[in-house]
Design a protein around this ligand. Structure first.
Ligand SMILES: [Zn+2]
Length: 64
């Protein structure tokens, strides 16, 4: 399963896979323990995960 979490250091959205215990942020390299984090979204497919992360980004930074 995929989870979308927010990086604690740089606050970018990061896509993690629950198969792995930790995930390094691709933006700043900060390593997060997925289990201890609040998931903004969960999905079973990588395609849905990408769509979800894009939707969350749009919500956070609406284009005006
Ligand atoms: Zn980061």
């Amino acid at each position: 399963m995929y989870v979308v979490v927010k990086c604690l250091r740089c606050h970018n959205l990061v896509l993690g896979n629950t198969r792995y215990r930790t995930r390094a942020c691709p933006h700043c390299g900060h390593r997060m323990v997925l289990r201890g984090m609040r998931a903004l979204g969960r999905t079973d497919s990588s395609r849905e995960a990408v769509a979800l992360i894009q939707a969350l980004k749009r919500k956070e930074a609406p284009e005006s």
